[in-house]
Design a protein around this ligand. Sequence first.
Ligand SMILES: [Zn+2]
Ligand SMILES: [Zn+2]
Ligand SMILES: [Zn+2]
Length: 493
Amino acid sequence: MPTTDDMSQHERKLLRRAGSDHLNRWLTHTASTRGCRRPVRLTGSIDTVERATGRILDTRHTTTDMPDGVLYVPCGDRRASVCPPCAETYRADTYQLIKAGLTGGKGVPSSVAGHPAVFATLTAPSFGPVHTRNVNPKTGKVAPCRMRRTITRCPHGKLLVCTARHTDNHPSLGRPLCLDCYDHAHHVVWNAWAGELFSRTNTALNRALRPWERAYGVKLRISYGKVAEYQRRGVVHFHALIRLDARELDDPDAILAPPADITAQDFAELVAGIVPTVALRTPDYADTDHSWPIEWGPQLDVRPVGNLGTGQITSEAVAAYLAKYATKATEATGLPPTGRMTAEAAEHYSDAHTHLGRLVAYAFQLGTLPQDWTTDEQQADWHKTWGRLRRWTHMLGFGGHFATKSRRYSTTHKALRAQRRAWHRQQHTDWRRRQVDRLEHQHEHDDDTTLIVCQLTLAGIGWNTTGDAQLAADAADRARAHRQAAKEERTTG
Ligand SMILES: [Zn+2]
Ligand SMILES: [Zn+2]
Ligand SMILES: [Zn+2]
């Protein structure tokens, strides 16, 4: 709680800024942060240099001329728990990206709407029984967590039955029935190799297209967009949109329609048949002959996407669903969004009496370089394999990207950001606004003869005062409401 002194100081600062003649200038200057909670502050200069001679053509633009003497750049964090406004931008972009891959637009041909596509959820296997909320999808009723005809005890004396009908967000959800029976080591190792498993699945699916290629005399490939999500038990699973494309040998970037005879249902059957066959084994763990199998769990869900037939889901629903998960991190597991863990932090979160504490402890310990692995070769090897568990302890072993796509699935986050900036430039004809844009995005302004050279250094992270933070957040809210109103006017008018 801020004290009265803090409050009055805060209000004084707010009033000083709000009352200043420079307020509008400041708001324009900070508008591109879109209300970011902790923008990056940069200081320095920008020079326009003649490419051929290296002669400086223009040196006027330095951050010294700008309000606060800094350039504000949004943090761009995709995690809603870290920066809600930036996460919202990321979510909206992910939605556009996924949707373009299903219906076309943003440089993707609209004919993709006719390609067979499936929405697949790929999960991890069981590492031991956990408390779950069992909702009957037809009736919506909640069934008991774990009912067994005969009541058994595990070797540690725990009852392997739970008659509770767990409420959503119940703290025991995702927690093992017996901590000692649960294979925490295998769990974190699975997270660490999950990305590799997905990549092998992609290869296996492309290979499985060969009989169709021979039958129809065309070349085929799969394209996908996927997001990773943490289940409550702390293991990642993937939601993937997988689309069938025909390809051309001479023009690998072309996205062509596959033979019309192949239906989404055929494609779904192919995917459902291949995924369970993909598996790998980790390398042997340091100086032991122990390795872990990495395979998908039996809870595979593959659904055709489209508007034909019944029980299918629409592309809008799929895109919205995937976009929502793209902004989540490990929140579902109860682990706060931390950065990379130091030995002290790992020690702090390690706890033999909790599920999460054991996952952290196993990830950190399995990922720690053995003391006698001293050669460069050993260390490089460790870095690529088990070392990932230590680097990604804060993600319980998973070091992959949260939203990824195959090269030709759709547009990119980068392209969407560039589009937004172009829109911003159109809206702000103000000279200073253009300079800020140039500072931020020098590459887009590169032409053949001149080069924009930025010499910017980090001045800090976050707003200077809580008053500034509030002003920026309010302005972003107003801008968002304005955009929303304009959008509604467009759709109704
Ligand atoms: Zn931000
Ligand atoms: Zn239970
Ligand atoms: Zn047990």
